[in-house]
Design a protein around this ligand. Structure first.
Ligand SMILES: [Zn+2]
Length: 232
């Protein structure tokens, strides 16, 4: 290989390595990102709190209702038991029972509403559980996929590094410094191919004199963009 071709080969490896390292960083950042899972966990935890509150509210209503039913039963026993004979007291007792029954009806309505709401809350809780499960399944699958991609990237990066090392003895320190400097100054592209006597990066024709030097295996730069040029 000519001096330019060695450098072109080096550039191919360096550019591929940069791409792979960029992708590796993306893969690792995505692997560390658990925000979807966290969100699903948060939603389930909120739904659990609401469901617990709803169950407690229903239990309170049921207990209050039971207490009221027991009390009405006791008052009715007094009313019909014959122990109270005084007509005024009997009338008061009847009124008291009627008032308790109105409260019972109200409590029964409240309990029915609470039960309907409870069903909705339970259904939301189930949905949140299913969503978390789906998120976890999806997350696991994606982690496996990304893990495999990371292994492939690591392998290729190791190959690139070995290929680069193998290339190094054929490149002089001066050519390497030239290459590095051009890469820094020319947007990562130090070496340009020449096709149809034209630099493929800047599009300007390469002079006959430079093409002659190229055929001789010399290190030649594009007269316009200054990049090292190589024949395809
Ligand atoms: Zn050029």
């Amino acid at each position: 290989m000519s001096r330019g071709e060695d450098l072109y080969q080096l550039q191919c490896l360096d550019r591929e390595g940069e791409g792979k390292r960029r992708r590796l960083a993306e893969v690792e950042s995505e692997m560390a990102d658990t925000s979807d899972l966290e969100q699903a966990r948060q939603r389930l935890s909120q739904a659990t709190v609401v469901a617990r509150r709803s169950t407690a509210h229903q239990t309170d209503l049921e207990l209050a209702l039971q207490g009221l039913v027991d009390r009405i039963a006791r008052e009715e026993k007094r009313l019909y038991g014959g122990t109270v004979r005084n007509p005024k007291q009997l009338e008061e007792l009847q009124q008291e029972i009627a008032s308790l029954q109105r409260r019972q009806a109200k409590l029964e309505d409240d309990l029915l509403i609470a039960m309907i709401e409870g069903e909705e809350v339970e259904s939301r809780l189930r949905e949140a559980g299913e969503l978390l499960e789906a998120s976890e399944t999806g997350h696991r699958a994606r982690q496996t996929e990304l893990g495999a991609e990371r292994i492939a990237l690591d392998l290729r990066l190791a190959e690139i590094s070995a290929e680069r090392t193998a290339l190094m003895p054929g490149i002089s320190a001066a050519d390497l410094a030239d290459y590095d400097s051009l890469r820094r100054r020319k947007g990562g592209l130090a070496v340009a191919q020449v096709r149809s006597d034209t630099c493929t990066v800047c599009g300007v024709a390469v002079s006959a004199n430079r093409r002659w030097h190229l055929r001789e295996g010399d290190l030649v730069h594009c007269g316009n963009c200054e990049r090292i040029v190589v024949l395809v």
